[in-house]
Ligand binder design. Structure first.
Ligand code: GAP
Length: 485
């Protein structure tokens, strides 16, 4: 991971946020090539799930929304992490991360840990069965504060920073960022930065239904920033306070559609997007079903598509059957009716939803991790060419030969009309190749003395390092063919 983070900084993929002023925790800026990679992932997501489908339309809702939106969704009361502070060194940590990391490191002792909780008497405040299930599945999200405290005191999990066992009592910390609008402070001016893009979709459900020709089943897709006051540090852009989500609410009538079948179709579409869309290795992916304790009470089924990052298998993309919970909450809180009319029966239907929700920055980090290779002298990012920041790099063999430079500029200008390209005439050709390998440019075109004689150029392949000669007029078609798999 350290090597990937170093490459990302060195070559302009990701920079720490506000670095000039000492940095700002859990924020990152995307550099010139990072911006291109991020944009390519977003474009591919949009193209796959909106443009190529006839049943999904797009939306771009405001980042700041009314406090009532978040009251209705349950975020103001329930969208929180359980935090602990070490009284010795003041280190702050999420209790679920602390416990889950501890269990992952002590897997062989899980049976022994579970047996300890057989001795805890059943009470209304603590349920040993829930605790045991959390420990067996190594997922304690959804347990109560008291249950979490019980686990900590039984397992004596120490502070990863100072090694002491001296925690504050677990407490809840809301993740939403409040914003105060205008000059008047107080309840009236309180709004929130959105904690997920999904609520913008539910709030605009009626607008979309009334302004378009959608018919059930249909989806509304949104791509954009969300904000969460996260405290966990590390692992680059995996978990940040400002991040991009790609979310779809897929609305359907549970009386006409089988939810299990729809759920399976979405699983297949998500898997395919990662493998064939982003070119990621299948062996690094897996599905994880949420446990009953972990799953939200309104969800009938939740599964996470996980990727094997260098720091372990982690959630990339969640798929949840959220029933009609969100629309009903907004009906209750807004006092408005939200429904569609079934054209066959003329009946009002409050649709149910299946929600695939992905973090674009996690897809970005996955793309870097999956593409990173060290081969002898060189480090290569074997990105899928469609994701690569630049598709082609154009070089004159020598920068002091005017004839070569002007021909290279001509080729560069021609390719730039249809492809995102870069030009380099600094240093020797070997160094230029190494630089392009590190930013994942799939093809390098060199204009040399033979070009002046016969109008052909050298095309070097990033992955094989093989070089072939291609006539200049054939270059655009040559690369387009490779890109349109
Ligand atoms: N609407 C459902 C929802 O927001 P979520 O599991 O909280 O579900 C969906 O978020 C996805 O957003 C996650 O699978 C993850 O990829 C991404 N995500 C969530 N929090 C994030 C954070 N702090 N930084 C980066 N990505 C995050």
């Amino acid at each position: 991971m350290d090597k990937i983070v170093a490459l990302a900084k060195r070559r302009g993929f990701i920079f720490p946020g506000s670095e000039l002023y000492g940095g700002l925790a859990n924020t990152y800026d995307y550099g010139p090539v990072g911006t291109e990679l991020l944009r390519n992932i977003k474009n591919l997501w949009w193209e796959t799930f909106v443009h190529r489908r006839t049943d999904i339309v797009g939306l771009d809702a405001s980042l700041i929304s009314h406090q009532k939106v978040w009251e209705a969704s349950g975020h103001t009361s329930g969208f929180s992490d359980v935090l602990l502070d070490c009284k010795q060194c003041k280190h702050r940590i999420r209790a679920d991360h602390l416990i889950e990391d501890y269990l992952a490191e002590n897997e062989q002792k899980i049976d022994e840990f579970v047996r300890r909780f057989d001795l805890v008497p059943q009470s209304t405040d603590i349920d040993p069965e829930r605790i045991k299930a959390g420990i067996i599945h190594k997922k304690v999200e959804g347990l109560t504060l008291l249950e979490i405290e019980t686990i900590l005191s039984h397992l004596k999990i120490t502070c990863p920073n100072c090694g002491k066992f001296d925690w504050t009592t677990p407490r809840k910390f809301n993740l939403l960022f409040p914003v105060h609008l205008g000059i008047v402070m107080g309840d009236q001016s309180l709004a929130y930065l959105r904690g997920e893009t999904a609520q913008g979709i539910f709030v605009n459900f009626e607008n979309v239904v009334n302004s378009t020709r959608v018919r059930l089943p249909f989806g509304i897709a949104q791509l954009g920033k969300s904000f969460r006051n996260e405290v966990t540090l590390g692992n680059s852009v995996f978990r940040t306070i400002e991040f991009e989500q790609g979310e779809i609410e897929y609305f359907f009538d549970p009386e006409s559609e089988n939810w299990e079948k729809l759920f399976a179709t979405w699983k297949e579409a998500m898997w395919r997007f990662i493998i064939t869309g982003l070119g990621v290795r299948e062996e690094n992916l897996r599905w994880r079903i949420h446990t009953d304790e972990e799953r939200s009470f309104y969800s009938k089924q939740t599964e996470d598509l996980e990727y094997k990052f260098p720091f372990g298998f982690k959630e990339l993309w969640g798929l949840a059957y959220r029933t009609d919970y969100d629309l009903k909450q907004h009906i209750k809180h807004s006092g408005k009716e939200l429904y569609v009319i079934d054209p066959k029966t003329n009946k009002k239907v409050i649709p149910h939803v299946i929600e695939p929700a992905v973090g674009i920055n996690r897809l970005f980090l996955m793309a870097l991790c999956d593409a990173y290779y060290e081969e002898g002298e060189r480090t290569v990012l074997r990105l899928d060419p469609r994701l690569s920041p630049y598709k082609v790099a154009v070089f004159p063999l020598l920068s002091n030969k005017e004839q070569l430079v002007s021909k290279a500029t001509e080729v560069f200008d021609m390719l730039r009309e249809t492809l995102v390209c870069t030009f380099d005439d600094r240093g020797n050709i070997g160094k230029r190749y190494l630089y392009q390998d590190e930013i994942g440019t799939p093809w390098c075109v060199t204009i040399d003395f033979q070009t002046i004689e016969d109008g052909s150029v050298t095309v070097r392949d990033r992955d094989t390092t093989e070089q072939i000669r291609v006539p200049i007029p054939e270059l655009p078609a040559h690369f387009q063919k490779k890109l349109s798999r």
